[in-house]
Design a protein around this ligand. Structure first.
Ligand SMILES: C[S@@+](CC[C@H](N)C(=O)[O-])C[C@H]1O[C@@H](n2cnc3c(N)ncnc32)[C@H](O)[C@@H]1O
Length: 304
């Protein structure tokens, strides 16, 4: 993880021009995003850790992270990040919470808050993993998982006291629609914790395309675009925390674990798919080091 030295060399312009590569694929539909997780969920677990599918808490370094392997480090970092999100959401007193783009953190959220957590995802495989986790947590787990698309939610207005969405909005073809739908289903004055990736500077087209292909995402926008969309959707912004060092280290760890576990990955996915992924890992890692930002926002819906 010595690559952080490159960080300062990153351009610090806040370019607002689109940097779509000529061969940038069209933004994926929710079904295509779900299909990516269905097919590559195992690879994500092998390279990012099995505890969750999100950025891990590697920084700050206040507590030493002594783990026997990189995989254990990935799991520990993810659990620490989840605990940080639970503290930051601060849903004390809530009885009904929504996890948008759900995963293992939903079970931890229910355990720590005592609320019932409903989780939605567009991926059959992620849904099955969530259900396994719920069963493992026992009959008092207070979690329900369903297939659902945040851009078109089926819940009634004000169904939830609060919500979070961890590393999901990067997939959306219409982020403002997702923000409006989340606002609609959270009660007036309720909190919404949102994590999102942004782009700084103007990345080389192949590096940005590696990110969008690996994650089935549209190109990340500058952070200012996200702030504008959040405000236009009617939220009050309570806090913003820049956690870019953690997303940068998550990219490093993914690339390292990919190399470490390449033989396992090839056995699981075959030579052709692995060769396609091989070609993306280097540019993806450079993109995470130099052009990717990561923020955690706590928003509040307007009072009625
Ligand atoms: C990076 S994973 C994060 C999972 C979980 N939040 C965690 O922290 O482990 C992104 C999740 O968002 C889901 N997702 C992507 N697009 C979605 C959409 N339009 N509506 C609901 N979920 C979506 C994916 O299926 C996946 O489960």
């Amino acid at each position: 993880m010595t690559a952080m030295a490159d960080h300062d060399a990153a351009p610090d312009t806040d370019a607002t021009t689109a940097t779509n590569a000529p061969d940038q694929p069209a933004a994926p539909t929710p079904d295509e995003v779900g299909a990516m997780y269905d097919e590559f969920g195992d690879m994500l677990a092998m390279t990012l850790g099995g505890a969750a599918v999100h950025v891990g808490m590697f920084v700050p370094h206040d507590t030493p992270l002594r783990t026997p392997s990189l995989v254990d480090l990935a799991d520990l970092a993810q659990d620490r990040q989840t605990d940080f999100y639970i503290d930051t959401l601060d849903a004390a007193g809530a009885t009904a919470l929504l996890d948008i783009g759900c995963g293992g953190p939903a079970v931890r959220l229910a355990q720590r808050t005592g609320a019932h957590v409903t989780g939605i995802t567009v991926s059959h495989q992620q849904l099955a993993r969530c259900e396994e986790r719920a069963s493992a947590a026992g009959p008092d787990a207070r979690v329900t998982f369903e297939r659902g698309n945040v851009m078109d939610l089926t819940y009634a207005d004000a169904s939830f006291d609060a919500a979070w969405s961890i590393d999901c909005f990067a997939h959306l073809t219409d982020r403002p629609a997702g923000l409006r739908e989340a606002r609609r289903v959270i009660r007036p004055g309720g909190r919404f914790l949102l994590t999102e990736f942004s782009r700084r500077g103007t990345p080389p087209a192949d590096e940005e395309a590696a990110f969008t292909r690996l994650w089935a995402s549209p190109p990340p926008t500058p952070f200012a675009t996200l702030l504008t969309e959040v405000q236009e959707a009617g939220y009050e912004i309570l806090t913003v925390r820049n956690m870019t060092p953690n997303s940068m280290l998550a990219g490093e760890l993914m690339a390292l674990l990919y190399q470490d576990r390449r033989a396992e990955i090839e056995e699981r996915y075959g030579k052709e798919l692995t060769a396609q992924t091989d070609a993306l890992i280097g540019p993806y890692r450079r993109f995470c080091r130099r052009y990717l930002e990561y923020h955690v926002l706590v928003l509040r819906t307007p009072e009625a």
